[in-house]
Ligand binder design. Structure first.
Ligand code: SAH
Length: 181
């Protein structure tokens, strides 16, 4: 029992470490990290699922509820899709992008450069996935693939924002108008 408890602690520590790495490195470095150490991805996702499981609400469920209320004809891009909860929960065409494929639905790529044509998507989603120090490049990529008047949905933990107003302002410079917060 002691050994199992210690192993559990080590895995949690490893998850926090990888999470921190993802938030403090560029998306190219993150891609490199998982390429060099595929086990890191498994550990990360196990820890992620455990953490979100303790929250009163998983934001991905709210995003799914919203998408279900909108036409199934809308094309969705899920940036940093993890285990593809969105693609698995709605009838829409969903492009699911991540650094490693946890499911056959995933297109493996860096979300700063996705294999989609410009203006081909109605809704772009970042659910707990706005990682990487090259945020601007990533959001510009979302802007490129979104149709005019398309929707960007973002879910992040509040503590990640140093200044929410400055963030919303920066987003408007990137071409996004805040509709709901
Ligand atoms: N959106 C999912 C998973 C969130 S975990 C959900 O809410 O359940 C964050 C995910 O973003 C991880 O799977 C991680 O691999 C992915 N990610 C981080 N940086 C990325 C990048 N540069 N390109 C693609 N995916 C990335």
């Amino acid at each position: 029992a002691l050994r199992a408890r210690m192993e559990e602690r080590l895995l949690s520590a490893r998850f926090r470490y990888i999470n921190q790495q993802l938030y403090t490195s560029s998306s190219q470095e993150a891609a490199q990290l998982f390429q060099n150490d595929p086990e890191a991805f498994q550990i990360y996702h196990r820890g992620f699922a455990q953490q979100v499981g303790r929250w009163p609400e998983n934001p991905v469920h709210r995003i799914v509820r919203y998408l279900r209320q909108r036409p199934a004809s809308l094309v969705v891009a899920d940036f940093g899709c993890g285990d593809c909860k969105i693609a698995n929960s709605i009838r829409n065409k969903v492009h699911s992008f991540d650094l490693v494929a946890l499911s056959p639905l995933v297109t493996v790529c860096d979300m700063a450069k996705v294999p989609l044509a410009a203006e081909s998507v109605d809704v772009a989603v970042f659910c707990l996935a706005l990682m990487g120090t090259n945020l601007q490049e990533i959001l510009e990529e979302a802007n490129r693939v979104l149709k005019q008047g398309g929707t960007l949905m973002m879910a992040e933990v509040a503590s990640r924002f140093e200044d929410l107003r400055a963030f919303v302002n920066a987003m408007s410079h990137l071409g996004f108008k805040s509709v709901s917060k």
